[in-house]
Design a protein around this ligand. Structure first.
Ligand SMILES: CC(C)(COP(=O)(O)OP(=O)(O)OC[C@H]1O[C@@H](n2cnc3c(N)ncnc32)[C@H](O)[C@@H]1OP(=O)(O)O)[C@@H](O)C(=O)NCCC(=O)NCCS
Length: 312
């Protein structure tokens, strides 16, 4: 079955660390409230860095780690809802900065926090219908520019960062995808350029309910499609929005807690970057040796959702 494999990964974070105590100097909040409701301890905010620069740094690391010949990279897809410019895309800036070939597509894709999963799915389709060897898929966000720093309901939850993966074709039965969207405009919205403000607005409880019901369904569908059980899966990497969301999902499955990787304590919710950042950390820790089977699940504004079961 045509599938993809992750060849190498990289991540990039801006220099400014904001702890929960730092946030409590900006809005009426506390480390206790944020930690207990979300599991988040700190996040990174850009302080002069731009989205495309984070994307480039993460991609450069992935290319170096995989010892990739850049002339064999056949497309660049950047998942982001917070590009520096309406155009050119972040992907075009990455292509230029890294000196990639000019005869390839470079484009951004916006599926909010599900963006990286959508981008992997699109890259799989293009790789398998072209003669290209590698795709460079990046999730990169500068969410701090879209945060109302007077709204404690949202500003404590998010962070900036980027994660990149070089992927290639694979042939394996250990592969399945599930993707969806429904057009919800009331629970989680970030107004566009023509609007009065461009700040994230969220009904946290509605998003929570959506997340815990959808992610479980996506995992079950992936397992059904591949005739597997949760015991056959080495790790589940969910979008790192909130520890309570992931702990609620774990209860739906008969498995050990540490099968579900979590790192939001360090980064907050980095939207499309959260899954590739997590994957990069996991490779560094030696958790994703060749042959391991993982499930990645994204969920976010749109609403959008996406899951992928693949073999490392
Ligand atoms: C956002 C979230 C943590 C809020 O938790 P909650 O238990 O639903 O909290 P509530 O919204 O009921 O708020 C409870 C109280 O805490 C307050 N509160 C909200 N943010 C706060 C903060 N940062 N610090 C202190 N108090 C805060 C609220 O104002 C409310 O006060 P009130 O009762 O006096 O009105 C939770 O709804 C959530 O995780 N939702 C999902 C969000 C998400 O992951 N979004 C991204 C998806 S991609």
């Amino acid at each position: 079955m045509s599938a993809i494999r992750i060849v190498s990964t990289g991540r990039a974070l801006p220099g400014k660390v904001m702890t929960n105590d730092d946030m409590s100097k900006i809005v009426d909040t506390s480390d206790e409230w944020i930690s207990s409701r979300t599991g988040i301890k700190q996040r990174y905010f850009c302080d002069g860095e731009m989205n495309w620069q984070l994307a480039v740094e993460s991609a450069r690391k992935a290319i170096e780690k995989g010892d990739i010949d850049i002339n064999e990279i056949g497309m660049v897809i950047v998942a982001t809802f917070s590009p520096d410019y309406a155009f050119p895309s972040v992907a075009c800036l990455v292509q230029k900065e890294l000196g990639l070939r000019n005869d390839i597509m470079a484009f951004d894709l916006n599926a909010a926090c599900t963006g990286f999963l959508y981008a992997l799915n699109v890259a799989e389709g293009i790789l398998n219908s072209s003669g290209e060897k590698y795709a460079l898929v990046i999730g990169s966000e500068q969410i701090s520019t879209r945060l109302n720093m007077e709204d404690r309901n949202t500003c404590v939850l998010f962070g900036d960062g980027a994660g990149a993966a070089v992927i290639e074709k694979n042939v394996t039965a250990n592969y399945a995808t599930v993707m969806g969207s429904d057009g919800n405009t009331t629970a989680l919205i970030c107004p566009g350029q023509a609007m009065e403000n461009q700040y994230i607005d969220m009904d946290g409880k509605k998003v929570f309910k959506f997340a815990v019901s959808t992610v479980g369904n996506v995992i079950n569908e992936l397992l059904e499609k591949t005739d597997k059980t949760i015991q056959d899966i080495d790790y589940v990497i969910c979008h790192q929005a909130n520890e309570r969301i992931i702990k609620t999902i774990i209860k739906q499955f008969d498995c050990e807690t540490d099968k579900f990787y979590m790192n939001m304590s360090q980064y907050g919710n980095t939207s499309a970057a959260s899954i590739p950042i997590a994957i990069d950390e996991m490779y560094e820790k030696g958790l994703l040796a060749k042959g391991k089977t993982i499930i990645m699940v994204g969920f976010g504004a749109g609403f959008t959702w996406g899951g992928m079961l693949l073999e490392c």
